[in-house]
Design a protein around this ligand. Structure first.
Ligand code: PMV
Length: 366
């Protein structure tokens, strides 16, 4: 069965409206950000990726969202959005248009007046994808209302699949934040239940060492993003290397998943680092072009490579669409790597700032 035929994901489901007694209530979720190993960069149609991607779900970098609701008589969608207890109009406008777009999937949205309270455990300046944690937390809140009042989404499978599908419509990479461990998004040849429309947990075929991996996030620069994801994805439409890149991502996923199954650390590190540099190469070769690394990003990469060569420790990096570094390594060498960061890397960091994160277990209802 094609995923679009799944009953739980079908839009325009009139049974999801309150017939009488519109409730007051509250639902709340804590949901993590994620960091891609094979990157999603380039999309088509409505948030459909041009290539599959794979990520680690994070543990401490999370958004907590509570969604309060009461009967709405306005006829339109109504929401107030608070970030860290302060009303935030910029995000409110975004959340309002997202909720309007979600009415076909949750027709009850129009019958409720919402107040959303959100806070992130990580600083805005960290360049961590707050859209992934934020949109997945909101999608989970909407699915919880559906489950609670309409007796649908009764299996975990249906529940998280719809939450992932909805989160994807808010921010593509958010659909990978619905599960713990290692999660893919996009059809992968030979891997069951992978889809362009929602994320899939791959932990069953991953060596357990990867499920306790550490991610030390090294803050090189605390400035705003130079290029938004929306603009960045759009640039892939005219990038002369994009088709080769989409093909390469498919090959890289196959190689990476095999390496993660067999605990082949060398291959894991080389694919992960190559993917990070390729993402940045795509930005350098777009028109207009962007250079998102800073001199200290390069200095840190060289330090990491020297350390790896001298100690033999399996430490590698990845990058998001910005200058900060995610340093990835197995839990068993955490102490040594932390001393290395403190002694050799903090000099290159903004205010000596780095965040301790690790692979996490996925969202939690509050
Ligand atoms: O989910 P978006 O539209 O913000 O795009 C995310 C793109 C990258 O973070 C650069 C890569 C990825 O796969 O997460």
């Amino acid at each position: 069965m094609n995923s679009t035929e799944k009953k739980s994901l079908q839009p325009e489901n009139p049974s999801l409206t309150f017939k009488s007694d519109i409730p007051n209530g509250k639902v709340a979720w804590k949901s993590p950000s994620n960091i891609a190993l094979v990157k999603y960069w380039g999309k088509k149609d409505i948030q459909i990726p041009c290539n599959p991607s794979v990520s680690f779900t994070l543990n401490t970098s999370v958004t907590e969202t509570s969604l309060e609701f009461e009967p709405n008589t306005s006829g339109g969608v109504s929401v107030e959005f608070y970030l860290d207890k302060t009303r935030n109009e910029k995000f409110e406008t975004k959340i309002l248009s997202f909720l309007e777009a979600m009415v076909p999937y949750f027709p009850f949205i129009k019958q409720l007046k919402f107040k959303a309270f959100s806070s992130n455990t990580f600083p805005h300046s960290a360049g961590i994808a707050s859209s992934a944690s934020g949109m997945s937390a909101l999608a989970l809140c909407l699915c919880s209302i559906e489950k609670q009042y309409f007796n649908s989404l009764s299996t975990d499978n249906e529940f998280y699949e719809k939450a992932s599908y909805i989160a994807r419509l808010g921010s593509g990479s958010a659909c990978r934040s619905l599960y713990g461990g290692v999660v893919s998004w996009g059809e992968i040849a030979g891997v069951n239940n992978t889809s362009n429309e929602f994320g899939t947990c791959l932990n069953d075929n991953i060596h357990p060492d990867f499920l306790t991996f550490k991610d030390s996030i090294l803050i090189v620069d605390a400035g705003q993003k130079k290029v938004s994801s929306r603009v960045g994805h759009g640039l892939m439409n005219t990038n002369p290397f994009s088709n080769e890149r989409f093909k390469q991502a498919n090959t890289n996923i196959a190689t990476l998943l095999k390496a993660m199954k067999e605990n082949d650390m060398e291959t894991f590190m080389s694919i992960t680092e190559s993917e990070a540099l390729t993402l940045h190469a795509m930005m350098m070769t777009s028109m207009p072009y962007f250079l998102l690394m800073k001199p200290n990003t390069i200095s840190l990469i060289e330090k990491i490579w020297d350390y790896r060569q001298q100690t033999g420790h399996p430490v590698c990096f990845t990058l998001d669409a910005g200058p900060n570094i995610h340093l990835l390594y197995p839990e068993r060498i955490e102490k040594e790597v932390n001393s290395f960061i403190e002694s050799d890397l903090t000099l290159f960091l903004h205010d000596s700032c780095w965040l301790k994160d690790s692979v996490g277990k996925g969202p939690q209802m509050l």
